[in-house]
Design a binder for this molecule. Structure first.
Ligand SMILES: Cc1cc2nc3c(=O)[nH]c(=O)nc-3n(C[C@H](O)[C@H](O)[C@H](O)COP(=O)(O)OP(=O)(O)OC[C@H]3O[C@@H](n4cnc5c(N)ncnc54)[C@H](O)[C@@H]3O)c2cc1C
Length: 391
């Protein structure tokens, strides 16, 4: 089996490398990073599926080229698209299901980071069972009036807008009565209360919506079409979480940590036989994840359905991240538990980062659909097993 990309793509790889050599300098000033991104869009490397009139580079769909770009940008540590709920979830959803004026108005400022979004799906009592959500939206005098509560809303405290699911037809069947609305956050009636997370940070929020309103045409798709539109977003969310490049990056950081941290007998941890076998085991999982990614890729290239591969890849990647972080914490030992802030508390081995990585990996296994639920879907739709009796 030849897993190379072939001469056409190796030529393309050279072209990307030449672009990066010419234009990428390790800068971190936001203006310079934005200028580089603009050049990369003009060259056709970023926002490839976004039409030029909405600020993208409008390239023919080519998953292998996209992968080559990702590999080369990652190797050069050059910035790719801004990672945000807006760019990764809303923009693809608008491209698939949005009205032309919505694409015109929202896509470019979202991909350039001028406006930011949060995702208002989950509610108390409606997480895994999202379709039972109770936030109501009613059309009154040409505007949707929204009442309800959202929870676990990442970055709601700093977002300009929320894309949310609300029940617009309480008499319709659970999934049929939902609509997908775009809502400005800066208005009376939107109350954002931060939730403190296990990491000590507060990215999450509860959001209370009391007579909040939005224009009648700030709806994506038709009224009652929200379930279908929301599933477009979830598909992108799972692909985002399930990327093998993240597993590679984490494994490499772990290996660097094991090389430079003294272990038993004062020798670097990397020389410890027990640790080496754990590393090899996790490397096996990363390789399996990679080939499962190739499998998904080749089915996409042949125009075949990828079935449940997107779900299995999300589960693999969150499981790998948790395993890697657990090994890192064993290497770091008690230092991981010390306070990390304040003078004299800066950890040279990145204890704080690994602690956050560990806790964050527990969250990633829940965000965008908990692993248990994904496993049930894989069992039923992928393997044809009977429905779980407990659900
Ligand atoms: C890091 C992170 C970021 C998030 N960001 C957002 C966001 O920005 N916007 C947003 O709307 N939501 C967000 N969420 C919420 C997320 O979508 C929900 O947490 C998730 O859907 C699970 O819902 P829940 O928390 O209500 O748990 P529940 O649905 O109550 O589930 C609790 C446990 O029971 C299990 N369970 C439930 N039902 C079944 C079943 N039928 N079969 C088997 N097991 C079952 C679940 O697997 C889970 O282990 C985020 C969550 C996390 C962790």
């Amino acid at each position: 089996m030849d897993l190379g990309y072939g001469p056409e793509y190796e030529l393309f790889r050279e072209e990307v490398r030449a672009f990066l050599r010419q234009h990428w300098r390790a800068v971190d000033h936001p203006g310079e990073v934005a200028a580089f991104r603009k050049l990369a869009v003009d060259a056709g490397y970023l926002h490839r599926s976004v039409p030029r009139r909405y600020g993208g580079s409008e390239q023919p769909s080519d998953v292998l080229k996209a992968r080559v770009i990702r590999e080369e940008f990652t190797a050069a540590r050059a910035p790719m698209e801004i990672k945000s709920l807006g760019t990764q979830l809303l923009v693809p959803t608008l491209l698939e299901a949005g009205a032309d004026w919505q694409k015109e108005r929202f896509i470019e400022p979202t991909i350039t980071g001028q406006i930011t979004w949060c995702q208002g799906y989950s509610e108390p009592g409606a997480g895994s069972d999202l379709a039972s959500l109770r936030t109501r939206a009613t059309l009154r005098d040409g505007r949707w009036v929204i009442n309800g509560q959202k929870v676990w809303t990442s970055f709601a405290h700093e977002a300009d807008y929320m894309f949310l699911l609300a029940r617009t037809d309480p008499d319709a069947a659970k999934r049929k009565g939902l609509s997908y609305l775009l809502v400005p956050m800066d208005q009376p009636g939107v109350e954002v209360r931060p939730l403190r997370q296990i990491t000590g940070e507060s990215e999450f929020n509860e959001v209370f919506l009391t007579d909040v309103s939005t224009e009648a045409d700030w709806i994506v798709g038709e009224p009652g079409d929200g379930w279908r539109v929301a599933n477009t977003t979830l598909k992108h969310e799972r692909a985002w979480v399930g990327d093998v490049a993240d597993s590679d990056r984490l494994l490499n950081s772990l290996i660097r940590l094991a090389r430079r941290t003294p272990g038993p007998g004062g020798r670097p941890w990397i020389e410890d036989a027990g640790l080496r076998s754990r590393l090899i085991e996790v490397q096996g999982f990363v390789e399996a994840h990679r080939y499962s990614g190739y499998h998904q890729l080749s089915r996409t290239l042949k125009g075949e359905s990828t079935g449940v591969l997107g779900l299995t890849n999300k589960i693999s990647s969150t499981g790998i991240a948790a395993r890697i972080a657990a090994i890192a914490l064993d290497i770091i030992g008690d230092a991981a538990l010390l306070p990390h802030t304040g003078p004299g508390h800066q950890s040279p081995i990145g204890a704080e980062r690994w602690m956050n990585q560990y806790f964050g990996s527990l969250g990633s296994a829940i965000a965008g659909g908990a692993s248990n639920i994904q496993r049930n879907i894989i069992a039923q739709r992928g393997l044809g097993l009977p429905r779980d009796q407990a659900t």
